[in-house]
Design a protein around this ligand. Structure first.
Ligand SMILES: C[S@@+](CC[C@H](N)C(=O)[O-])C[C@H]1O[C@@H](n2cnc3c(N)ncnc32)[C@H](O)[C@@H]1O
Length: 235
């Protein structure tokens, strides 16, 4: 199947801002959404308690940064997203709860230029699964490594795939059961179809390899349940 282009993905997200702007529910198509928000931001706060600057890539409505600011108040925040309406929403929510500076950059992560050794924490929530080629995946983790201060950390929370097809089938079915329990079969099929159309997730181990190759000295897995996982690395 031909996957969606960047322009098509931008257009879909431009029209879906509310779904990514609720900290009480998180993003409900994601299994363990609230736990993921909590462990990712908990890990960032634990590893970088003196952090002053966070970069949130594919920020959507800003949920990951909003949750991080509850643990590390008044950070300077840089928000990056493809979608201008998402950035607008994220900026307005984040600016209300931090006294730090809030900058936004509308960009595809592949095109994004970042300053060197600037950030203490990088968050990437449900966005890297839009990357397609091995070269793109590696380049993005390389870019994150260069943008972090020494000792800084990157945390990914995302839809993932499995390397063994039988295990992928098992976990995919479990995700389907979750979507049916959450709503119904029609909702499951709708989510399945946009994932099929738009997403190219990779396994946890694939991404950990890319993270190590980018030069991160330590890596950690925070959580995995079926097709969702959170993990990261420390520079
Ligand atoms: C599924 S939402 C997740 C939002 C937020 N991180 C969260 O977890 O609640 C994915 C976000 O990534 C953005 N996005 C998709 N592809 C992107 C790309 N190539 N570069 C930058 N942002 C992208 C979308 O516009 C959308 O806001």
């Amino acid at each position: 199947m031909t996957k969606s282009t960047v322009a098509q993905i931008r257009n879909r997200f431009d029209n879906d801002v509310d779904r990514f702007s609720n900290l009480e529910t998180g993003q409900t198509a994601v299994m363990d959404t609230l736990l993921l928000l909590d462990v990712v931001t908990g890990a960032a706060a634990q590893i970088n308690p003196q952090a002053s600057h966070v970069l949130d890539v594919g920020c959507g409505g800003g949920n990951f940064t909003m949750r991080l600011l509850q643990k590390l108040p008044n950070l300077n925040v840089t928000l990056v997203d493809l979608s201008a309406p998402m950035l607008e929403r994220a900026k307005s929510r984040v600016a209300k709860v931090t006294s730090g500076q809030v900058d936004t950059q509308q960009s595809d992560i592949r095109e994004l230029t970042l300053p060197t050794a600037q950030f203490d924490v990088i968050l990437a929530g449900s966005v890297l699964h839009h990357l397609r080629t091995d070269t793109e995946w590696q380049a993005v983790f390389d870019k994150f490594h260069a943008a972090l201060k020494p000792g800084g950390s990157v945390w990914v929370s995302d839809l993932i795939e499995h390397d063994l097809p039988q295990i992928q089938a098992l976990m995919w079915a479990r995700y389907g059961d979750y979507l049916v329990d959450f709503q119904d079969e029609a909702y499951r099929d709708k989510v399945y179809s946009y994932i099929e159309q738009e997403d190219t997730p990779k396994s946890v181990l694939y991404q950990i390899d890319r993270i190590r190759q980018a030069g991160f000295s330590q890596v950690e897995i925070l959580h995995k349940n079926s097709c969702f996982a959170a993990f990261g690395g420390v520079k």
